[in-house]
Ligand binder design. Structure first.
Ligand code: HAM
Length: 409
């Protein structure tokens, strides 16, 4: 019986994995260039870590379960709460700000569709200890540079949940209203506001949709925009392209100030490739009230658009007619010299080993017979030209590494 993989999960074949590693490498390089250091937290946490802020409602969206000891646990749906738990428990004494990055799988019980999985990966960063305009500008800049280096065409929107909360201050169902704004369900929002006789707020929010920068916002509403202005000043100076968009409400409810989202074309409905903002979670998790700011890039979504695939180089095939332990020794010698090789483990004949080398598009085969073993001379076959030549080990390494061609025998 064939067993299918669970819905919303994926298998990654070597080509895909190699491309993923290439993207991961780019993200790591940029994060480290900004002085961020990698951390890791467990795949599962106490369920409470995620319900403490969001309430029991969140349980239907996550993989929550009881372990054999009856403890309530959950597979992490994201990493900001785990990172802040770790911060409070392990590193609150360290000099601030702390700059962390992570690349980890997350699990959400969502309806699977293109770009939306039940297991997916986030590459994220958290700056802990500040939510000054400078700290926020830095994390925005970092996320921007990461996506830019990956060659993604994106749009960045920056908003402020404080402003939304301020506008919605008299609405009892403020969080529900925020969620409707986040999902752009404006008709439902209008109905909700009408319930409280506050349709004029709806008009203000509609106006927000037209605004593209702080100056325009100042004309619509009397609010202190100095924090956001400072961020914009830094980003403008560095030539970043972005929109100010006060309808960015974010799906998660721990944000306390600046929020931002990146969208990319070509992904269908799930086009948000990154989201982030400032939050205060440390106190909630039993620590001091330390602010944080960060983001997470949806790695799988960026992968859909990432084209810079490294050229896969097939290995050299050591075709052996001698005892396998001798073939293993020779393969090891090549590897010690930085040559990627594979050796037969199927007990195949010379002919079959050669045809395997052709099947995997190897460029070279190194043929080891009794004669070669005794004399220390190697027969290298260039599978591109079809020509073969006897050379010393050093010459073989040199030829293969320099991708030299054998034109005559
Ligand atoms: P989030 O917006 O929920 O934020 O997720 C970040 C990114 O993960 C999204 O922009 C999206 O690209 C990707 N993503 C989310 N759900 C899925 C899914 N089911 N399948 C594939 N990709 C998905 C957070 O998680 C926050 N912790 C970000 C943050 C860090 N805020 C501050 N620090």
């Amino acid at each position: 019986m064939k067993i299918e993989r669970p819905r919303g999960t994926r298998d990654f074949l070597p080509e895909e994995m190699e491309k993923r590693r290439e993207l991961e490498k780019i993200f790591r390089e940029v994060a480290e260039l900004f002085g961020y250091r990698e951390i890791q937290t467990p795949t599962f946490e106490h369920l409470e870590l995620f319900t403490i802020k969001s309430g029991e409602e969140i349980i239907k969206e996550i993989y929550a379960f009881k372990d054999k000891g009856g403890r309530d646990l959950a597979l992490r749906p994201e990493l900001t709460a785990p990172v802040m738990r770790m911060f409070v428990n392990e590193c609150s004494h360290l000099p601030k700000p702390l700059r962390f990055y992570y690349f980890s799988n997350c699990f959400r019980y969502e309806r699977p569709q293109k770009g939306r999985y039940r297991e997916f990966w986030q590459f994220g960063a958290e700056l802990i200890g500040s939510n000054s305009p400078e700290a926020e500008a830095e994390v925005i800049l970092l996320s921007y540079r990461m996506l830019e280096r990956a060659g993604i065409n994106f749009e960045l929107s920056i908003g402020d949940v404080n402003l939304l909360r301020y506008v919605l201050r008299d609405i009892p169902e403020k969080e529900a209203a925020m969620r409707l704004i986040d999902k752009e369900e404006f008709e439902a929002l209008k109905r909700l506001l009408a319930k409280y006789d506050m349709v004029e707020i709806y008009e203000t929010i509609l106006q927000f949709r037209e605004i593209k920068n702080v100056e325009e916002a100042e004309e619509v509403i009397d609010y202190d925009f100095s924090h956001l202005k400072k961020i914009c000043e830094i980003l403008d100076e560095l030539g970043l392209r972005y929109f100010v968009d006060f309808t960015v409400a974010r799906g998660l409810d721990y944000y306390t100030g600046t929020v931002f989202e990146y969208y990319a074309e070509g992904l269908g409905a799930q086009k948000q490739v990154c989201g982030g903002g400032s939050y205060r979670l440390a106190k909630l998790f039993g620590g001091e009230d330390v602010p944080g700011t960060g983001f997470a890039i949806g790695f799988d979504r960026v992968m859909e658009l990432f084209v810079k695939s490294p050229k896969y180089e097939p290995p050299v095939v050591v075709v052996s007619l001698v005892e396998s332990k001798e073939a293993f020794k020779i393969a090891e010698r090549f590897r010690e010299n930085g040559v990627k090789v594979v050796v037969d483990v199927m007990g195949r004949s010379l002919k079959k080993q050669m045809s395997f080398a052709n099947d995997i598009s190897a460029e070279y085969a190194v043929i080891i017979g009794k004669k070669e073993l005794e004399s220390g001379v190697f027969s290298v076959k260039d599978l591109v030209t079809g020509k073969q030549k006897s050379v010393s080990f050093e010459e073989a390494v040199e030829l293969i590494k320099s991708k030299g061609r054998i034109d005559e025998e």
